[in-house]
Each structure stands twice: as C-alpha cells, then as structure tokens.
Design a protein around this ligand. Structure first.
Ligand SMILES: Cc1ncc(COP(=O)(O)O)c(C=O)c1O
Length: 390
C-alpha cells in the first residue's frame, strides 16, 4: 500500500471524521479532519493478516497464554530501543489513558496533586481531575519556538501536595525528543520532591530520521524505584481502536500496588488488541514504521514550508510525532479569531491549543499522518484564509 492512497473513513464510526460535523460544524466533503491523533493509513500487512486469521477462525472467546505477546514486546523494546524488559514487569491495559488513570489511582490519593509539563496531552488532566486529584501545571519554556524544561520556575510552583509527575516523551504536542541530560534533570526533580515518575512514551517509535528517542528507564537507571514506563503499539501502527497499552514496572513494590488496582477493577486483555500488537511488534512492523516516518517527514517539510510563507504563523520544528504545533500569536489575533478562520474559512478541524494547558492558548495542532495531497490542500486553504496577512 502507498501512503499516498486516500481511504474514505466517513461512515466507519471513526471519531476523527464522523464526529467532525457535530463538533466543528464541518460536513464531510467540505471539512478536512486533522485533529484526533490517529492516521489515515492501514496498519502493516502483518497486522491485517493476523486479523484475517482471527476472522477465518471465527471464534472470539477469552484470550489466554500471553507468552507470544510478551515475547513480541520484549523483542521490540530490545531491538528498537535497546531496552531489556523482563516479562513479569509488563501489564496490559486498555490503552494508555487507561494506564494513566490506573497510575493515578494506584500511586496518589484524592486531594493529592500531579505535575504536568504543559502544554501537554489533554487527557492527562482529564483523568487526574476525574479522580479527585489536582493538576499542577508547570509550563515549559520556549527557546526559538522549541520547548525546554524550566525546573527553577517549577520549584516555586510546588505546593507540597504533589505525589506524581507525568512525563510525555517524546512530548505531545510540539514533538520534542528529550535529551539524556533533560531526562536526568526530570528524574532528579522527582527524587528531590519524592514524586512517582510516570513516563508516557506512546510516541517513542514516531521519531524523524536523525533523531534518537531515549527510554527513561535506560537513560536514568537509578530512578527504577519510582518509575512507571508506558508504551503502546497503537500510536505506532495506527490501531488505537484496539485499546491496548503496556505499563512496564521494574520495581516489585510499585508493581504490587499497580497489580492491586488492575485486579480491583477487573481488567483483562482484549483479544483483538493482543493479536494485533503481537503481529505488529515484528521485523515486518519495524520496516513499515521506518517507511512511515520517511513519508511523514516529507509531509512535515511540505507543511512547514507552506506555514513559513504565512506571516505571523510559526510551525514548531518537530523531532517526533506526526502532530504539527502551530503558533498563531504573530498574527495579533485572539485564539477565537484564529479558530474562526481555520474552521469557518479554511474548514480544517484541528485541536485547540488551550486544551493542552498553560502555554498552549495561541496554538493549533494539525495531524499530518495523512496522504500528502491532504497536507498540500490544508496548506493551500490556510494560505487563502490568511491571505490578507501576506
Ligand atoms: C501522550 C499520549 N498518551 C496517550 C495517548 C492515548 O493513548 P490510548 O489511545 O492508548 O489511550 C495519546 C494519544 O494521542 C497521547 O498522545
């Protein structure tokens, strides 16, 4: 399959296209859906074949024997990330929003606070608040449009109620790949303030050529006694509907606490997700991801060149993820005026920056994991919508 081939998803009950009319007032055929973080591409053939085998068999009972699944995860982490994982460290959750919620319930109590480095993936705050915990927003600093840690400022924001920090690595939005030194500084901050460190590395495979993602567990081995790692096949292979994620905990005491929560909530694996993830974490899956990131790199260049031609707009230089993060502050417009132009004139559905917390207000997030023609169309629409600034 070529990534250039458009696939009509309307009417398939997908959130990205089928919720666009009700949420953005943009009918299919007119609107371009560039919001939800899934891709317009089919997963690698090895995943399709695993599903075809299930369909041909036609029995959809309870899943058992996780050995092939655990072996596939261990192979992937060792081969793609140089990280050795023991099978008993791995929990299977219903995705990583679920994994985050399980961490919040396991390692904090109502009234405690959780540190987020904002702007950051919006569902973190949602599950923290829904659990009766507080969010402490620690805004990232910007240097030439690129996110940087601002630990000295964050020290002054702490209230003493914080029990956990959730790191997004690589960072969504903005696509930062954190350096070894930055990871060490985050780990030191967690030690100093006695915080459990949850490292959500769901975007770890989606790094651009020339970039290297570092796994927190490897970058700072001394943090293991307070570290929860989260990874998933779903973002990498576009199988998010399978709702499956890996929560990987090396420390036995943390593992016991987490296992109690999983057991208390009666969580057990979804067989579709297990079969798909097992197939995806393979040499065929790896070759597909390499092709994918080369393709998205081309999309990113096209998009960034087009945005650079519109005065007042600035696209964050992505090191990872397929999620462009565009700063509209240079237009002098309010966020509402920008949204009105992008949605009503350009007819593009994006994620609004304010949803990602402090520091995101002037931004919109555009999903570039689509055929290149759609990126070109989006750029042309934005150039027309902001033509008066040229
Ligand atoms: C950082 C981060 N974590 C988690 C998720 C979603 O995870 P899941 O679909 O496994 O619940 C996303 C989706 O975009 C994300 O960006």
């Amino acid at each position: 399959m070529s990534f250039d081939t458009p696939i009509d998803r309307t009417g398939s009950h997908c959130a990205k296209w089928d919720m666009m009319p009700s949420l953005y007032g943009l009918p299919p055929g007119e609107g371009l859906a560039m919001w939800v973080a899934d891709m317009e591409f089919r997963p690698p053939q090895v995943v399709q074949t695993a599903l075809e085998k299930m369909l041909a068999h036609g029995i959809y009972g309870y899943f058992g024997d996780e050995s092939a699944y655990l072996a596939a995860i261990r192979w992937w982490m060792a081969n793609r990330h140089g990280w050795e994982v023991a099978p008993e460290w791995i929990f299977t959750t219903h995705g990583l929003v679920n994994g985050t919620a399980l961490c919040v319930h396991s390692f904090t109590r109502p009234g405690d606070a959780v540190v987020l480095m904002t702007p950051v993936y919006h569902a973190f705050a949602r599950v923290i608040k829904a659990a009766g915990r507080e969010v402490l927003e620690c805004p990232l600093a910007l240097e030439d449009g690129t996110a940087r840690l601002d630990l000295a400022a964050w020290e002054g924001l702490l209230t003493g109620r914080e029990k956990m920090l959730i790191l997004c690595s690589p960072h969504n939005p903005g696509g930062r790949v954190w350096t070894a030194e930055e990871l060490r500084q985050i780990a030191d901050f967690c030690v100093k303030h006695d915080l459990i460190l949850v490292s959500d590395e769901i975007h770890h495979d989606l790094v651009f050529p020339g970039q290297k993602h570092l796994v927190m567990a490897k970058a700072v081995p001394g943090i293991a006694d307070r570290l929860v790692m989260m990874t998933a096949s779903t973002k990498t292979f576009n199988i998010a509907g399978a709702h499956i994620g890996n929560v990987i905990i090396a420390d036995p005491a943390l593992r016991k606490t987490f296992a109690n929560t999983v057991n208390a909530l009666g969580i057990s694996p979804n067989s579709f997700g297990m079969h798909m993830a097992t197939a995806a974490y393979s040499p065929e899956g790896a070759a597909w991801v390499d092709d994918l990131m080369r393709y998205i790199d081309g999309n990113r260049r096209l998009f960034d060149e087009g945005i650079a031609g519109i005065p007042g707009l600035r696209s964050t230089p992505l090191q990872a993820t397929y999620l462009a993060w565009v700063d509209f502050s240079g237009t002098g417009m309010t966020p509402a005026e920008v949204i009105e132009r992008v949605e009503q004139q350009a007819k593009i559905a994006t994620n609004h920056g304010a949803a990602f917390g402090k520091g995101g207000e002037a931004y919109l997030r555009f999903n570039l994991a689509c055929p290149r023609a759609q990126v070109a169309e989006a750029v042309a629409r934005l150039q027309r919508a902001f033509a008066d600034l040229q």
